[in-house]
Design a protein around this ligand. Structure first.
Ligand code: ZN
Length: 501
């Protein structure tokens, strides 16, 4: 994610996100999600929009334990709670039924309703495959959270101007490791997503005349429905609505589409003149710096969003406020935020989408790299308005202001460290994003450009479609740079248990 936090003390534009561990990536080992989705409509603005779905999940038990149960993550109730933060309401899982081999499966929500435990009718032994069918009914609010709908112009509620964005919305299996499923709580200020790469085959019915795009390839059928296919991706996101169009360009074999609203000239202009060139340019730069982009295409979409932007594999979502004419931001500020969010989220295609990590417990691993990516972008694009040295210093200062905490902690540890002056979510953001990026900045200086670049290229190429850890990264740092050169730096930024002996 890219987060925008402004406070009297700290007025900084930052960016957020995250991915997991080991395991094969052959098709037979990957979980297969086959879903049929039907997107509803709303009678009037403010109503909840319903998305009905049925999903067949075929999974292989890659652990050493017999799976008597599986956990499904369903973020719909947490999303509703986030959107309606001030309303009294208890929200429950969108899952309405689960079956296995024709038998009903008993399931229950845990305290965090995004965690649903299903007791399998037939346990699945190590190395064996199981299949469940999950029915669900999402309630999508008007607003600006990960699952939301909005209108092209604020104040308008014309049905033809609706834009529906569904971030991770299909119930999915989290990573199973160390004898259990990843169950870390949903929180609004960052991500708790932690999944393995999987294959998605999604048929989606949309109201008449809607356009849609999603993670992976898309095919529009004669009846107006869509078929999306995505292989080896960590999650699946969709944008749909009326009167959507796109500008397209090919870069290094990747088809980049930037979507806009036909009924909003400012958004259309920004898509063509700012976002398409910056998207294409960032892919070129990151291909060269980190290694080749892992997917065949990239959809960049704009919609209402509470933060700057949000990443998903081969799919990037940017806050449309940056493209609209707004009284509280100058043209220059809007463009600055737009590009910064965009190139940060595109950076996540390398770090989170392709090289995965546990986003709740080790968020720095993707956020610091995405923050660094934006600096690399400005540097290589020759944008002299960004003083790289000053950026490095400002990252360090933000990290210090947030208490110089170790960058490799979990969200709950930052939350615990919160005070009135500096709430936990601020500590999280300034430590994970700014502190993490400050470490990479200092490491780059200490190692020198060529060695640093070789390090990040090896990190990327050796962990593609896997889930990586801080410990693995620091092992590689020590291997490439030598312990002596980086020892002080590692002690400054990392917990003892992650530093190689
Ligand atoms: Zn991010």
């Amino acid at each position: 994610m890219k987060k925008q936090i402004a406070s009297a003390v700290l007025a900084l534009a930052l960016i957020l996100t995250g991915c997991s561990q080991g395991a094969n990536n052959s098709k037979t080992d990957r979980t297969q999600y086959k879903a049929n989705i039907k997107v509803g409509t709303v009678e009037k603005a403010g109503d909840l929009l319903t998305v009905e779905g049925e999903e067949e999940i075929t999974f292989k038990n890659y652990s050493k334990d017999t799976w008597d149960n599986v956990v499904l993550r369903d973020y719909n109730p947490s999303n509703l709670a986030e959107e309606k933060a001030n309303a009294d309401g208890t929200y429950h899982t969108a899952i309405t039924g689960i079956t296995q081999d024709g038998k009903d499966v008993v399931f229950h929500e845990e305290q965090d309703p995004s965690v649903v435990t299903a007791t399998l009718a037939n346990a699945v032994k190590p190395g064996k495959t199981g299949k469940i069918t999950v029915k669900f009914s999402l309630k999508v609010p008007q607003g600006s959270c990960r699952q939301s709908y909005s209108f092209v112009d604020e104040g308008s509620d014309k049905p033809e101007d609706i834009v529906i964005a569904l971030g991770p919305f299909l119930p999915t299996l989290p990573v199973y490791e160390n004898g259990g499923w990843a169950k870390d709580s949903y929180f609004p200020y960052g991500e708790c997503f932690y999944t393995k790469c999987a294959d998605y085959d999604v048929h989606m019915e949309v109201p008449e005349g809607y356009e849609a795009c999603a993670t992976g390839s898309d095919k529009r059928n004669d009846d107006g429905s869509y078929d999306f296919k995505a292989a080896n991706v960590r999650d699946f996101s969709v944008l749909t609505g009326k009167n959507l169009g796109y500008f397209e360009e090919n870069v290094d074999g990747v088809s980049v589409k930037v979507w806009y609203y036909e009924n909003n000239e400012a958004v259309k202009k920004a898509a063509k003149e700012t976002m398409l060139p910056a998207s294409v340019n960032s892919i070129k730069i990151y291909n060269d710096y980190f290694g080749k982009y892992a997917y065949e295409d990239l959809d960049v979409v704009m919609c209402s969003y509470a933060y700057g932007g949000m990443e998903s594999p081969a799919f990037v979502r940017i806050n449309d406020e940056y493209a609209k004419l707004s009284a509280d931001m100058s043209e220059e500020q809007r463009e600055h935020h737009m590009i910064e969010s965009l190139v940060h989220e595109i950076g996540h295609e390398w770090f989170y989408s392709c090289v995965g990590n546990d986003q709740y417990n080790e968020a720095w691993l993707d956020e610091a790299f995405a923050t660094l990516a934006s600096m690399i972008y400005y540097e290589k694009a020759g944008d002299m308005s960004h003083d790289i040295e000053a950026e490095g210093i400002s990252w360090q200062n933000s990290w210090k202001q947030a208490g110089s905490l170790k960058v490799d902690l979990s969200y709950s540890e930052y939350a615990k460290a919160g005070t009135n002056d500096m709430p936990g979510e601020y500590r999280y953001t300034f430590t994970v994003y700014s502190g993490g990026a400050s470490f990479l900045y200092e490491l780059r200086k200490a190692m020198g450009e060529d060695s640093f670049r070789s390090l990040v290229q090896e990190w990327y190429s050796s962990n593609q479609n896997k889930e990586a850890t801080t410990k693995q990264f620091l092992d590689l740092v020590v291997k490439k740079a030598g312990k002596e050169k980086v020892n002080d730096l590692l002690n400054k930024y990392f917990s003892k248990e992650n530093i190689p002996a």
